[in-house]
Write a protein that binds this ligand. Structure first.
Ligand code: GDP
Length: 176
């Protein structure tokens, strides 16, 4: 068939955070509706596509996956380029993945040349189906300090995944 879908907007959203926090699982839960336990690191997949409706507007969301390159801190400027939204993801069972948001990932995003300082930000504590080792009230304070919303989520249990993308898309829409 040759049905053609037109969109009011196309948003680029990127997910940032340590290797293993669940970024790929999170994206696939949203875009494909599935969860694969013990998933191999995806290599070579650049982005996933989905569709969101905001106030009757058809939004196409292009979600970029780091495809394992964060392991080597080698995320290129291409990844950040013209991103409309950034999801900072940490693993609630791994305190280090939370402190790295501040010491590594926030700096990368805020870098004026190589980052995307204008993007709308969201902080996600993933794997909330497991007992948290991160002080989540501290995560909430950190988010408020950086003018972003904090949400606990679980790609595994499909908790707050769609809400994250809807929230970002709504905020981005308000700027367009
Ligand atoms: P990425 O490296 O950040 O893309 O992380 P992955 O999506 O590859 O996930 C790393 C591991 O964490 C995999 O074994 C996933 O099955 C697991 N995982 C991802 N999300 C969740 C979650 O919400 N809860 C639990 N318990 N495990 C998760």
């Amino acid at each position: 068939s040759s049905s053609q879908v037109t969109y009011d907007h196309i948003f680029k959203i990127i997910l940032i955070g340590d290797n293993g926090v669940g970024k790929s699982s999170f994206i696939r839960r949203f875009c494909e509706g599935s969860y694969v336990a013990n998933m191999e690191t995806t290599v070579g997949v650049d982005f996933y596509l989905s569709e969101i409706d905001i106030n009757g507007k058809k939004i196409k969301v292009k979600i970029w996956d780091t495809a394992g390159s964060e392991k080597y801190m080698s995320i290129s400027a291409v990844y950040y380029r013209k991103a409309d939204g950034v999801v900072f993801v940490f693993d609630v069972t791994k305190p280090r993945s939370f402190t790295n948001i501040e010491t590594i990932w926030m700096n990368a995003v805020d870098a004026p040349e190589s980052g995307c300082p204008e993007a709308i930000k969201l902080l996600v504590g993933n794997k909330c189906d497991l007992p948290a080792e991160v002080d989540l009230s501290q995560a909430k304070r950190y988010a408020e300090l950086h003018d972003m919303l904090f949400l606990e989520a679980s790609a595994k249990n499909n908790h707050n995944v769609r809400e994250c993308f809807l929230h970002l898309a709504r905020e981005i829409c308000e700027l367009k």
